[in-house]
Design a protein around this ligand. Structure first.
Ligand code: FES
Length: 283
């Protein structure tokens, strides 16, 4: 770790209020974890107490205080996944990788962890690799998932891989479909909405393949920029019911059906998204 590099990262976020999460995110992206010395520099340079900085670093599960591998595999052991065989899936990963939960393979390629819920309980057992969801995982898929992981998720054709699946969404307010059959992304109809940031507004297409965060935007949205999402029919802003587990930004909610929402992070470049299958606001 280089102190100068950490100083540069902090300076690059100097014009953003409440940027501590963004600073930690950039440091983690650079080093794959948050070195202790980096947290001390962040505290000193931002005028926050070290306890505050540690508080943020330990609150969000996306941050790690221990060095991580190049790729992260998370297997869910929450109740819904556990009753569908999540434990056996986790054990298969540990056996094939020859590590236990929380450890990294000796070649530093893969870190494996177990988590309590990934927000897609109806699709369990669920496994997430570098932000890409695999639903209904079976033991026989584990070898293939590890191979996909080493290959790199971005290199695997989104339209053919079993890790993701198409969803159909509507506006939570007017309930009109947001599917755009003319503009396709990942080989499927895209989700159309209007995006607004810094006083600018434009059309935005999102991939309807769950797990893919491909977008087609009329405007160039700067990385880490927070945007507001609107329905192109009724012009209401898409509601925010939760904050992103990855970066803490508000999530924009899209309607799937009564009680179910698809939520996407409103921060450009963040891959945070989830299926909220128990969203009582979605009636
Ligand atoms: S319990 Fe596994 S995704 Fe919720």
């Amino acid at each position: 770790m280089s102190s100068e590099e950490i100083e540069k990262i902090i300076s690059s976020h100097a014009d953003r209020q409440g940027s501590i999460i963004a600073i930690l995110e950039t440091i983690q992206n650079r080093y794959r974890y948050l070195p202790e010395e980096a947290l001390r520099i962040v505290a000193r340079r931002t005028g926050r107490s070290l306890v505050d900085v540690y508080g943020v670093a330990t609150f969000y599960k996306a941050f790690s205080l221990k060095p991580r591998g190049k790729h992260l595999i998370s297997a869910c052991l929450g109740t819904a996944c556990h009753v569908r065989g999540g434990q056996a899936i986790a054990e298969e990963f540990m056996q094939q990788l020859q590590i236990t939960a929380g450890e990294t393979t000796p070649d530093k390629e893969i870190t494996f962890e177990t988590v309590n819920c990934l927000g897609a309980c109806a699709l369990g057992p669920t496994v997430v690799v570098d932000g890409h969801y695999y639903p209904h995982v079976t033991k026989s898929q584990v070898r293939e998932i590890i191979a996909d992981t080493l290959e790199g998720m971005e290199k695997i054709a989104a339209a053919t891989n079993r890790r993701i699946f198409p969803i159909h969404v509507a506006c939570p307010t007017c309930k009109k479909s947001l599917m755009d059959y003319d503009q396709r992304l990942d080989g499927h109809p895209s989700i159309k909405c209007v995006v607004s940031f810094n006083g600018r507004k434009g059309r935005l297409g999102l991939s309807s393949l769950y797990g893919s965060r491909a977008i087609a935007s009329e405007l160039e949205i700067p990385m880490n920029e927070l945007s507001r999402f609107y329905c192109p029919h009724c012009h209401e802003e898409l509601p925010h019911y939760s904050n992103c587990a990855e970066c803490g930004s508000p999530m924009a909610a899209l309607y799937i059906r009564a009680g179910c929402a698809y939520e996407v992070c409103t921060s450009r470049g963040c891959h945070g998204h989830l299926l909220n299958l128990d969203q009582t606001n979605m009636t």
